[in-house]
Structure formats: C-alpha cells, structure tokens
Design a protein around this ligand. Structure first.
Ligand code: MET
Length: 254
C-alpha cells in the first residue's frame, strides 16, 4: 500500500456512510423547520433504544439487509437523481448521525452544491462537523423513552454550538407523552434558557395505527397546548404536532 493510500484509509472523511433511506423532496414534518421543503438522508445505527422510537429499523436489526454503505459522493448523486433541481435543503437523521465522523464529507459536499443542511440528534455525541450544519435540532429524550440524558455531554454540545463561529439555527425539541416528560422538559429549558424550545406531541402508535390515529394525535396536541398555556416557566416555548404523521401516518419514505 502506498503512503497516500494508507493516509486515506485512516481518513474518516472517506469512510462509507451506512444509509437506510434517501428520500424526498418532501416536507420536514417536525421541529423548527416544520413545513420546509427538504430531502432526507437517514443513517443506520443508534446509541439509544427509545421505547417509542418511530425509526426502530435503524437500530433493531430488522432492516439490516437494507443498509447501504455509500460514499458522500454517491449520496449526493442519489439526492440529485431523486430531487433534480427542486430542492436546496437536506435533513440528516437516523438513528443517530452523530455516531459517524465521516458525515463531514457529505456535509462539505452538500454545502459545495449550495444546499442548506439540517441535523436531528438526541445530543448524546459530538462530531466536529456539527458546527457546519445550518439547522441543528437537539432532541434529548424524556423519561417515557426509557433513556437517560447525560447532561454533561449535552451541556458541552450546547456550549460548543453556541460558542462556534458562523451562523446556524439551533433548537431543543422534546417529545412529550405525559406530565413526567413535561417536568423533564421544563428542567431542560431552565438549563438552556437561550436555546429556542419546542414541545412535540408524542406518537404512541409507531408500528401499527388505528383508524382514529389522526384524531388521537390531535387530542394529544390539544392537551400539550393546554398544558403549555398554563405554565409560567414556558413562556417562550412552541408546541408542535408531527405534521407528517397527520398526513401520512407512520408510512416510511415520505
Ligand atoms: N436520533 C435522532 C434524534 O433523536 C434522529 C432520529 S430519532 C427517530 O433526534
């Protein structure tokens, strides 16, 4: 092996990316860019196992045969094959895309094409490429998920994003199923009062759905609005439904 080949083999930016889905154009169904036209890249693998995860196939082994190891250039090619000249925004989700240092190369290539980038992550891992993302959603998981937040890690991620130079939007988004989740969310907002804050309706039916799925989600959203209205410590928060579940239910690839 030549020296340059050795160097490139050790260079994380050339490592292939485990991809489960590339789809769009569609809309971002949740968070600060809700309604925004975007393409999605969904990576495989997660350090969490949320009880109500709507993308369990990214970590439970059920879609392991669908995982494709793609270079950044191949992902970009696929995005343009699907979206042509109809998009200028790509959302990277998972799984937890922050497990992958080699995403830096994809982020760079997207920016070289004039594409705006967004990332969805629970905020449990850091990668340096995160500061180059235009819209960062940190989504720490409340008690109903069965996960525990490492606040030391989250503190350092928030601090690094706020201190980094350059323009980016960041928000914290917390899925709310019950009062315990709401208490967790209030503590998180108190901890990071300067970060735009979103409460999101929980979706209890992620594998199947009953006929009244939409009305049950809307009832949960109404409850969330009612509770938000009453809380003096959440004056500047937003309450949002997951728009895509209202339109498409739990369908994949939309
Ligand atoms: N793991 C990331 C998050 O928690 C993205 C997808 S969750 C289905 O936001």
């Amino acid at each position: 092996m030549s020296d340059s080949a050795k160097i490139s083999a050790a260079d994380p930016s050339t490592r292939p990316i485990p991809v489960l889905e590339v789809f769009g154009p569609t809309i971002q169904g949740e968070g600060m860019s809700i309604g925004r036209k975007t393409m999605f890249v969904r990576t495989a693998g997660c350090d969490y196992r949320c009880s109500w995860c709507d993308s369990k196939f990214t970590w439970d082994g059920s879609a392991k045969d669908e995982i494709r190891m793609l270079s950044a250039a191949e992902i970009v090619e696929e995005l343009f094959a699907l979206g042509g000249n109809t998009f200028d925004h790509v959302t990277i989700s998972g799984g937890n895309p922050l497990l992958l240092p080699q995403m830096s190369f994809l982020v760079q290539q997207l920016h070289d094409h004039g594409i705006r980038t967004a990332v969805e992550t629970q905020g449990s891992r850091w990668q340096d490429w995160l500061v180059r993302i235009d819209e960062v959603t940190l989504s720490p998981k409340p008690p109903s998920s069965g996960m525990e937040t490492d606040f030391e890690v989250l503190d350092s991620i928030v601090a690094r994003l706020l201190e980094a130079s350059g323009r980016r939007d960041i928000c914290i988004k917390i899925v709310i199923f019950d009062e315990e989740d709401l208490n967790y969310a209030r503590d998180v907002h108190k901890r990071y009062p300067d970060v735009p804050f979103i409460l999101q309706t929980g979706n209890p039916q992620v594998s199947h759905e009953s006929e009244d799925h939409v009305s049950s989600l809307l009832h949960r959203y109404e409850w969330l609005i009612d509770r938000l209205s009453e809380l003096p410590d959440l004056k500047d928060a937003r309450a949002l439904p997951q728009l895509h579940t209202l339109v498409w239910g739990n369908k994949r690839g939309v």
